[in-house]
Design a protein around this ligand. Structure first.
Ligand code: ADP
Length: 359
């Protein structure tokens, strides 16, 4: 299987965010340190290497087997969930298991009609087209996609006004795999054209320990079981973060210690990196602190939070919040975000419900 991708297409979003990250030292280091070569070098290529998400893997194995037996392309699929959980990776695994090529792009790179038409016309039978951030597709691109997904054809208009004619041009049968951090922002007609929708879940500590061990092996880093677990615990349920942390901890281990990562070295390095035992970093703690100290624990709107932290709203909504919500430290209410009693305790404050008033 060959992965064909154009850097500018595939990583449009990251490039933009990296620029703002340089201006703002608080922005998620996940984006600052985005290293495509490193990420691709450790990306699992088979179901056996793809850790966790067992329900998804079992379902996919059946679907893939059935498609192979029928000799038909796979149904279009949509994967959603926070960044770094393995949406791009599973698309690559599917392509590799089917023995087909995958073309990777992202919605912001498909601004003009010719971008999407060009890519659809270049597909060969059975190939997979992966569109990241598919919720950001514009309406024109979406409308080009509808007949392509449904009937494997493109509706082209020729001529002007009264003499205009619509031509139906067939294209090879392909499978669209969409990925999004915001499934709710997908238009209903687009969502309905996917035969399978699946939400990727955060990973358990046990699963992330396996991710850390696997990456350590590839990078020839020596690490104990306890060392892997210590890193896994602070990885916010996210393989991309686990991979980033193992790399950073190994730098500490090489420079400061004898190179082997054990629990003590892992914990000390992560403390130096200001990643706490919940996996929260400076931005996450700044967010909770802001709501507690400036807004009485909330509710407060996400735009206000983003402005106060000099972050963009998307980073807050798509990168910080999902894990804080899942960890039960933050709550989403119709009037905005609130810090939960656990959030107060985690930062060393007494929750309002436990504070005694004198009068
Ligand atoms: P997403 O597309 O959801 O943002 P990616 O698929 O790019 O996330 O995954 C980010 C990194 O995490 C990849 O480099 C990959 O190596 C690793 N990763 C993701 N999911 C898994 C998994 N299930 N098992 C092992 N590594 C994984």
């Amino acid at each position: 299987m060959a992965i064909i991708s154009d850097d500018n297409l595939q990583f449009g979003k990251e490039k933009k965010t990296v620029n703002s990250a340089v201006k703002n030292p608080n922005i998620k280091s996940e984006f600052i340190e985005y290293d495509k070569t490193f990420e691709n070098s450790i990306r699992p290529k088979s179901f056996a290497d793809y850790i966790g998400q067992s329900e998804l893997k079992e379902t996919l194995k059946v679907i893939l087997e059935a498609a192979k037996k029928r000799g038909k392309p796979l149904d279009h699929m949509l994967f959603y969930g926070p960044p770094g959980l393995g949406k791009t990776t599973i698309a690559g695994v599917i392509a590799s298991q089917m023995g087909v090529e995958i073309k990777i792009t992202s919605a912001p790179a498909l601004e003009r009609p010719r971008d999407i038409i060009g890519i659809l016309m270049s597909l060969k039978g059975g190939e997979i087209l992966f569109i990241d951030e598919i919720h950001r597709l514009n309406r024109v691109a979406e409308e080009i996609l509808y007949p392509a997904m449904e009937d494997f054809s493109l509706d082209m208009t020729t001529g002007k006004s009264q003499t205009a004619k619509t031509l139906r041009v067939p294209i090879p049968k392909f499978t669209l795999i969409g990925a999004t951090t915001k499934a709710g922002e997908l238009s209903a007609p687009l969502r309905d054209r996917f035969g399978m929708l699946h939400r990727l879940e955060f990973y358990s500590t046990e699963e992330l320990s396996q991710v850390v061990e696997r990456t350590a092996k590839i990078l020839e880093i020596e690490i104990t079981k306890e060392g892997s677990k210590a890193i896994a615990k602070r990885s916010r349920g996210t393989p991309r973060i686990a991979n980033r942390l193992i790399k950073r901890v190994s730098d500490f281990a090489i420079v400061k210690y004898d190179g082997i990562i054990d629990e003590k070295i892992a914990n000390e390095s992560l403390d130096i990196l200001k990643i706490d035992e919940f996996g929260l970093d400076t931005t996450d703690r700044a967010l909770l602190n802001l709501i507690i100290n400036k807004y009485d624990g909330g509710p407060v709107g996400v735009e206000t939070i983003a402005a106060a932290l000099s972050e963009d709203t998307r980073t807050i909504e798509e990168v910080c919040e999902p894990y804080l919500l899942q960890a039960g430290l933050l709550q989403r209410t119709p009037r905005g975000r609130k810090v939960s009693p656990e959030g107060y305790r985690h930062l060393g404050y007494k929750p309002p419900s436990e504070q005694t008033t004198l009068f």
